[in-house]
Design a protein around this ligand. Structure first.
Ligand SMILES: NC(=O)c1ccc[n+]([C@@H]2O[C@H](COP(=O)([O-])OP(=O)(O)OC[C@H]3O[C@@H](n4cnc5c(N)ncnc54)[C@H](O)[C@@H]3O)[C@@H](O)[C@H]2O)c1
Length: 371
């Protein structure tokens, strides 16, 4: 494929068969990554956009990158603080006088196995992925419902849009992401119920769910941007290069998605093209059904290192290749679980450790899970 062809494909892809001129959008987590890409799509389609994120510096960068200063406003705030969602909605209404589109994109992951997850960590995932997408529409409900009443009385059909962001961790689950999976699964409930409640007010409520998209959440683990401070805790983002390769090979399209591609799925739900779709979940994941979380990979690697160290420290003989079928060890084999043996090492103290690059032998639950 030559570069002219690639260029023209990109140009076609960004030419929209509709306009969002005159529409106003609230875009959370728009300081970087997928959020910034969605904001760009909305601005390019003609909308005025209020961008929100945690740090003003990032939002100023976004504003500059969006190159439409008259149609872009920004408001800094941590949406997990109880009063901020309402403040953001008020700021939106006082700047633009209307609210047509809300995209709940702000999010992050703070991953671990269930037995290592503290209450605060689990709660934090629910706060950002589930509670925030509840508080913002609640704060906007008077404006949305009263505007709809007037429009319907005047025989006008004006569709408003709410788009929640979920994940394959929410639709298919993901070991090591109990909080994030629960929050992202909850976001689907926060999509389907408001869709039913507000359908008669001409509000489409849908969700876009992503597989692995190339943002800082999946950057190489050594990346400078791999650490994030949140409420006094340091969380880590990033993926081992080896894991990225295995994700790519598990993905039908054979690669990670780009923020622009993820933004395309969201733009569809913000546009008139989706006026008769509501309560739906569109997965933009290159068909990656076996979830693999970066954080899970980090914890799993740390656990393997710990086991190897313990083994060496105890001066034990080298581990033997295990030939016992998985089923004979009392596990229920999962879809990708080997039952033929030889997929793991058997340590002397009876633990089964997957061979390098082979995760199939370690079940998601069961006696060999790390403590
Ligand atoms: N990248 C992926 O592979 C992937 C996969 C599935 C779902 N997602 C979801 O997509 C969304 C965007 O993720 P991304 O990959 O662009 O990540 P990102 O880290 O690049 O961007 C997320 C933005 O949200 C902001 N944010 C986080 N908590 C916030 C808060 N409390 N208040 C305000 N802003 C906050 C962050 O500061 C950041 O700028 C998230 O909801 C994420 O869970 C991403």
């Amino acid at each position: 494929m030559n570069s002219d062809r690639v260029q023209s494909d990109i140009e076609c892809a960004t030419t929209t068969p509709f306009t969002l001129k005159g529409k106003t959008a609230l875009m959370t987590g728009a300081g970087r990554g997928i959020g910034r890409a969605i904001a760009r799509r909305l601005v390019d389609a003609g909308a005025s956009v209020m961008v929100n994120d945690l740090e003003e510096m990032m939002l100023l960068e976004s504003e500059t990158a969006l190159t439409q200063p008259r149609r872009v406003r920004q408001i800094t705030g941590d949406l997990t603080e109880a009063t901020i969602p309402e403040m953001v909605v008020h700021a939106m209404l006082s700047e633009f006088g209307a609210l047509d589109i809300i995209v709940h994109n702000a999010g992050y992951s703070w991953d671990n196995f269930i037995q290592k997850t503290i209450d605060e960590q689990f709660q934090a995932m629910l706060e950002i992925h589930l509670v925030t997408p509840f508080r913002i529409p609640r704060a906007a409900s008077t404006c949305i419902c009263e505007s709809a009443k007037k429009e319907i009385a005047a025989n006008q059909r004006v569709m408003r849009k709410i788009v929640n962001i979920t994940s394959i961790a929410g639709t298919d689950s993901n070991p090591g992401q109990v909080g994030c999976s629960a929050g992202k699964a909850g976001a689907i409930g926060m999509t389907k119920t408001p869709a039913k409640e507000w359908g008669r007010n001409n509000v489409n409520v849908n969700a876009s769910g992503f597989g692995l998209i190339g943002t800082r959440l999946v950057q190489p683990i050594t990346g400078a941007d791999a650490k994030m401070q949140m409420h006094g805790h340091e969380t880590r983002h990033g993926v081992q290069p080896r894991l990225l390769d295995s994700v790519k090979s598990a993905c039908t399209l054979g690669r990670l998605g780009t923020p622009e591609e993820a933004a395309g799925a969201v733009l569809f739900f913000c546009s008139p093209l989706s006026d008769y779709a509501t309560g739906e979940v569109l997965i933009c994941g290159g068909s990656t059904s076996d979830g693999v979380s970066p954080g899970f990979a980090i914890e799993k690697q740390k656990d393997r290192n710990r086991r190897t160290r313990t083994h060496r420290e105890r001066n034990l003989p080298p581990p033997q290749v295990c030939t016992t079928p998985t089923s004979a060890r009392g596990y229920t084999p999962g879809p990708s679980h080997t039952t033929s043996g030889g997929a793991c090492f058997l340590l002397e103290r009876g633990e089964h450790v997957p061979k390098r690059g082979n995760s199939a032998c370690e079940p998601p639950t069961g006696p060999t899970l790390p403590r």
